[in-house]
Design a protein around this ligand. Structure first.
Ligand code: IMP
Ligand code: MG
Length: 182
């Protein structure tokens, strides 16, 4: 599994440091608010678990799951909610937690859908941002790090559901998905 990963972009230590800083900032910004963290499964699972433990104010959490990719490396542009939230968003200060902001298609759909449910506020927190690939205008309020336009795996990010358990973040060797058409 580790042999399929070329360049390492962020080590476990670097990830921890970035998440610590994000947690500190969010704790400050949401003081006295009704922080409700929503993790977009499955990719943001490790990030969510780490980030919530760096947050020093009360918060509640939930999960939702969307699909837009199939098993490939390119977005299909189609978004479906596979698992929705358990409760209403009314009066909550919603923080959407994502693994990576790529074309923006998924998050633009999701933010529209969630805003319509009348939260008190809504912000977006993404661990990684791939700005070169943006197709839809989506603004992230908290960004851990920007990454180049390469296919990235580890720390929750997958290729065909694999590599999510790699504890660091790296670039998948192109020969691993070379058979896929552009
Ligand atoms: P968007 O709709 O193109 O912004 O897609 C966002 C989603 O695509 C992320 O939540 C990831 O699940 C997936 N994704 C985008 N880029 C990568 C990548 O480099 N590696 C793994 N998954 C990715
Ligand atoms: Mg994802």
């Amino acid at each position: 599994m580790y042999d399929d990963i070329g360049e390492i972009l962020f080590t476990e230590e670097e990830i921890a440091e970035i998440v610590r800083n994000m947690g500190r900032q969010i704790s400050e910004d949401y003081k006295g608010k009704n922080l409700f963290m929503v993790s977009v499964l499955k990719g943001s699972l490790p990030f969510m678990a780490d980030l919530m433990r760096e947050i020093t104010i009360p918060c509640t959490i939930d999960f939702l799951s969307v699909s837009s990719y199939g098993s490939g490396t390119k977005t299909s542009g189609e978004v479906r909610i596979l698992k929705d939230l358990d409760a209403s968003l009314e009066g909550k200060d919603l923080l959407v937690v994502e693994d990576i902001l790529d074309s923006g298609v998924t998050l633009s759909y999701l933010l529209k859908n969630l805003s319509a449910r009348n939260p008190s506020s809504i912000r977006l927190c993404t661990f990684l941002d791939k700005p070169e690939r943006r197709r839809v205008d989506v603004h992230a309020d908290y960004v851990g790090a920007s990454v180049p336009d390469k296919f990235i795996v580890g720390y929750g990010l997958d290729y065909a559901e694999k590599y999510r358990n790699v504890p660091y973040i790296g670039v998948l060797k192109p020969e691993i998905y070379a058979t896929e058409e552009e």
